[in-house]
Design a protein around this ligand. Structure first.
Ligand code: FMN
Length: 187
């Protein structure tokens, strides 16, 4: 059976460069022998995680749905913007929600443990969201996710994609393909 790989962006902004990056990765994955799925976090809106509300109401329905999808996947590619040197609160909140057990006798971290991930980022600035990738890699590692060593950081992101959402630079496209191939292999 083909491996299941998810593709998502840590930004729901209209015209997001990270969504463009996640979609470019997804388009390449569709040419490989893999079951690729694009996840739009706008379809999984979640309140800011609050442990008292969780105790009162249980896991939010959108978190349950997304957690199930992650649990069934073998790996994922996450593209994140850099917000003040880190990844976005949207990503942190989503990852926190899915880290919680909500079923009886559920093993810990079913959405993460022994899964694989590759990460990338895009920024209009000169460093291509590089600083966001460090804490994101650390977070995933803390959750038991095996991360691909190579990563992609796209600088001058406002000039990096053509009108069809394709990466203009062959070098960036080559890096992305190599990362996705590695992700598929280790997933
Ligand atoms: C709160 C906030 C903080 C930001 N901090 C950084 C930063 O530290 N480094 C950087 O390169 N860009 C920073 N930016 C600019 C983002 O890289 C830019 O808005 C980018 O387009 C966001 O990603 P998106 O296009 O995928 O939505 C910041 C933007 C916001 C809204």
């Amino acid at each position: 059976m083909a491996k299941k790989i998810l593709f998502l962006s840590g930004s729901t902004r209209i015209g997001s460069f990270n969504t463009a990056l996640a979609k470019a990765a997804y388009e390449f994955a569709k040419t490989q022998d893999v079951d690729a799925e694009y996840i739009d976090l706008a379809d999984y809106e979640l309140p800011l995680f609050n442990q008292d509300e969780e105790a009162e109401r249980g896991m939010h329905g959108n978190a349950k749905r997304l957690k199930q999808t992650f649990t069934e996947a073998d790996g994922y590619f996450i593209a994140t913007p850099e917000y003040n040197g880190s990844f976005t609160p949207l990503l942190k909140n989503t990852i926190d929600w899915m880290s919680r057990a909500h079923l009886e006798n559920e093993p810990p971290l079913t959405a993460y443990a022994n899964k694989a991930a590759a990460i990338g980022g895009a920024s209009p600035g000169g460093f291509g969201a590089m600083r966001a990738l460090v804490p994101l890699r650390l977070l995933l590692s803390n959750l038991g996710v095996n991360t691909v060593g190579k990563q992609i950081a796209i600088s001058a992101a406002h000039e990096a994609f053509d009108e069809n959402g394709k990466l203009k630079s062959e070098r960036y496209q080559g890096m992305l393909e190599e990362i996705i191939k590695t992700l598929i292999r280790i997933s």
